[in-house]
Design a protein around this ligand. Sequence first.
Ligand SMILES: C[S@@+](CC[C@H](N)C(=O)[O-])C[C@H]1O[C@@H](n2cnc3c(N)ncnc32)[C@H](O)[C@@H]1O
Length: 267
Amino acid sequence: MSGFDKDWLALREPADMAARDPALVEQLARALTTSSPQLLDIGCGTGSTYRTLRPKLPEPTRWTLLDYDPTLIAEARRRIGSENGVTFCQLDLNQLDDLPLEGIDCITASALFDLCSAAFCDRFTARVAGENVGLYAALNYDGVMTWTVPHALDAEVVRDFNTHQQGDKGLGPALGPSATSYLKDALTKEDYTVLVADSPWILESDAGELQAELLRGIANAVLEVGNLPPEAVSVWLAFRRDAVAQEGSSCRIGHTDLLAMPSLNAR
Ligand SMILES: C[S@@+](CC[C@H](N)C(=O)[O-])C[C@H]1O[C@@H](n2cnc3c(N)ncnc32)[C@H](O)[C@@H]1O
């Protein structure tokens, strides 16, 4: 499964739902003060952000779900159906000038900005600030992964995984773990009020399938980076897979959520 595969997105959706910081979602709901708020979810995948936020936001909220992958948009459309107030848009985010911002109160994005470069975030920030649009950017990986059952190679694996996270995922060299702090600084400079909160995955043995897929992805990334001998990575992976079922075993994958609203004067 790749990072944008619909099966992987389905597997992670319950963990994402549990992880999002509830106070930031409440703040978002409170900030949507127009009679019929409009949201634009960028990098929507199959619509996980929509499914999670919709019951928590004022009615009626209208949504545009945007992604560059027609397969994921088709899956989002299939799952969401013809619910009122949802439209779909296929666009590559590199074409930032074409972002359909007219009438949009807030952009939402989940598990997206850690894939983006500093240059992209600068262009994006200038674009949204120019239109006084808010941003809810959830579930950005923060670079910290810990396991209750330790292994001697954990720190090196995390280090190399974090290096891999900074590769180019199509939007320039990715910020990876520093995405939230970069966005926070950029939006604060544009006079936004910015809130940040932790939203870690805490995965126990009942999330065995997600953990297995995650571990496979981590090991592949580390092998691609190439600092660690493949045999050592295989031993680490086998240990980690076995540990998932152990009593009291869990892992914590750090993420952060960010909510940025333009100053009241600007709106
Ligand atoms: C990790 S997935 C997250 C999907 C969804 N937000 C979720 O939380 O399940 C990242 C998403 O960003 C989309 N994406 C990546 N690069 C993109 C680009 N250049 N333009 C538009 N969408 C992009 C992918 O197709 C994928 O749906």
